[in-house]
Ligand binder design. Sequence first.
Ligand code: ATP
Ligand code: MG
Length: 423
Amino acid sequence: MKITAIRGFRDILPDESGLWQVLTSQARASFSTYGFSEIILPLLEKTELFARAIGETTDIVEKEMYTFTDRDDSSLTLRPEGTASVIRAYIEHSLHQKEPVSKLFYIGPMFRRERPQKGRYRQFHQIGAEILGRDDALIDAELLLMLNDFFTALRLDVSIDVNSLGCATCRPRYRERLRTFGESKFAALCENCHGRLQRNPLRILDCKEEGCRHATIDAPILADFLCDPCRQHFGQVQTLLHNERVKITVNPRLVRGLDYYCRTSFEVLALGLGSQNAVCGGGRYDGLVEQMGGPAIPGIGFAIGVERLAMLLQAQERQNAEAPDMFIAPMGEVAENQAFAVARRLRQDGYRIELESGRRSLKAQMRRADKLAVPYVLILGENEITAGKGTVRDMQTKTDRSLAVDLSASAQDMMKAIRASDV
Ligand code: ATP
Ligand code: MG
């Protein structure tokens, strides 16, 4: 009989492993500019480590762990995530005595016995990072900035959702308020959420059941309950990122299960990955190191799912292989004639150019450009073009840039100028 791999465990064959190389190298490169070093951790740990760090009542610990009894009767578990091991090692080797701030990253396989489906496996890989020893808004913003740099370097279109979970001062009041709210909607909530109402009411906000989503649409939001220090902290994180032009979306429904999670919490969502669209999750966990028997040291971190990231990159590569390099949108007849000449020159040099009729409205042209997934649209307006100017719209960042179109320049120089903003 033929022996096959275990369900939910996959081989990464040469046609995919090259891509893995690209994205792990990019992670190493992006993270090192922020001062992170790699930590290489064991795959097996004592079961109690995860029970304590992740929490006895979580899905992971209750039903997803690969746990077995070793020959000496100790209970061991294949790691389902990386943070617990990082913190164990941090405490075990007293890293806090060696440096006031530790910035660590890891790359490797994780194991969870969930139902396998596209983007969800029983052995999967994570690229994770943790910062231990700082709790200011600056460091939270830095971590998010690093994530943003990483995804930008891979040219991936993602959305970063952020929320503040408050702290031990302000969250309990919200939790009670939400419990009361949940009880008033009891009949509409699923059985799982009935349990959550008792154990951890915040989780009713991230239930995936349609009925629960609907019932909690007008639930009270944590933002209205934050204490002043938490509000300030979150405000500063947003301002710092805003100033760096990093687009984040505040999502008041973004919550995490456990009590030691606090303040900044985030998720990176891929646009166009179907239902398994979360590529990264993370947040601040100020009480965790202490709970694990270490000193009271704050922490924040994230974990990126490598399989989902690879899927995204593959989908994008396919799209890029087909999409034109640029879409030219002329407005009116004069512009149309000029655009005709520009398109010809660019195509002669091998660029794939899509040219529209100048009689169509800009809105209609942009809609088509969007559909074709072109990276740039060169908009040539009647007035501007007589002054030798056009506008470049970067379809990834959705920003406009005015550009003097030098019609005598070579096609290569022209494209270089157009792409200049994203080097
Ligand atoms: P999900 O809601 O998709 O189950 P999660 O909240 O369990 O995600 P985390 O524990 O925060 O995920 O892990 C971080 C990332 O690891 C996820 O965003 C995802 O990209 C990836 N990941 C988690 N579980 C799996 C899995 N079984 N297979 C593949 N990737 C996974
Ligand atoms: Mg999960």
